[in-house]
Design a protein around this ligand. Sequence first.
Ligand code: HEC
Ligand SMILES: [Cu+2]
Length: 373
Amino acid sequence: MMSKLLSIFPAAHGDATGPTFWMPEAASSVAGDVDWILEFINVISYIFFVIIVFALLYLAIKYRRDPERKQISGEGPTHGLALELTWTIIPTLLVVVIFWVGMVGYIDLRESPDDSYEVSVAAQKWSWTFTHPDYAVTEGGELTVPLGRPVRLVMTSADVLHSLFVPAFRVKQDIVPGRYSTLWFEATKPGSYQLYCAEYCGRDHSTMLATVHVLPEEEFQATMGKLAREYEDLPDADLPRYALTRLYNRCSSCHSLDGSTGTGPSFQGLWERSTSGSTVFTDGTTLKDYMGSGGEYQMPENYIRDSILNPGKNLVENYTNVMPNNFASQLKPRQVEALVLMMKHFDELVDEEGNIIEPPAAEESEASTGDGG
Ligand code: HEC
Ligand SMILES: [Cu+2]
């Protein structure tokens, strides 16, 4: 590549470098080129800053107003060919180089290689969901990708404008509702990297985060295999904890564990409210009205399940209809079951302050503990 020929700055050499004063860690195939052109522009700016400020000071002093001398003698030059050519040709060349490297880099960033590994990304207030079509695996808040293989993200938004940004990969792309956008990168260093939403998208925008895990090929395959079977293989007794540790991150932006009110009601106390039927809806009815014999929700499990799959149906008083309505397609039946069981066993999993209670040490020998309700 052109930019490689011009490599005079350290960041352009390795594709993976540690953080520098200006730059975060670099861990993708394009990071070196992106940093190179930025540093190139920076260095040009430093040089011209010095030249211009020096000339300014020098000329200001040399030609300052002198009270002794009333009139400047002689005639000043009208032009200087050599000087004019210099200040035209050098900047033009610099601009051409900047444009060329920028254009080549931009085309590179836009065109994903044909053999890219594809991941679908769903952005919504205020979480990320990543689906691997090849493995039928869906991850929430975490994205696992193979090392040294181009990865193409096909992204949609369920609500407003978001933007996916991974600083270590030097890639960023807006996600516009009603439109697909794509982004690709090739990670060059195993590890975990921060992913941000880089477009202000409402109250909890700053918590719209995810982690990208870059794994060597074999480890990646193994992890995908594990994730694909994750909840199918689990004994029923482990489903509540699975939901808390693996699924709750898709709810955490709105539902707290410690009883505090967020965009949605806290999960703490939800089971008690649902069994007693004390939950009040916006239309003035209470859950109890639906619970009697012949009612729709004879069991609280059914109400919770319905709240996850059809969020708009019964709106809890004082809340608005903002819960995503795509969980029905994103969650497998067993995962919905796990979430319902999580609510049911909430007090065994989470303490009053909202901290996750560690599982008892001898878990294999222990059969499912009674639910007491
Ligand atoms: C964008 C915010 C948001 C996200 C994300 C979200 N919810 Fe909700 N949820 C709400 C709001 C707001 C309500 C109250 C209005 C309503 O009933 O729809 C609610 C209500 C509920 C209720 C009924 C609560 C009650 O007090 O009766 C349940 C159960 C629920 N959500 C489960 C979930 C689960 C499980 C997830 C994650 C898989 C999730 N929600 C993700 C916003 C959200
Ligand atoms: Cu966002």
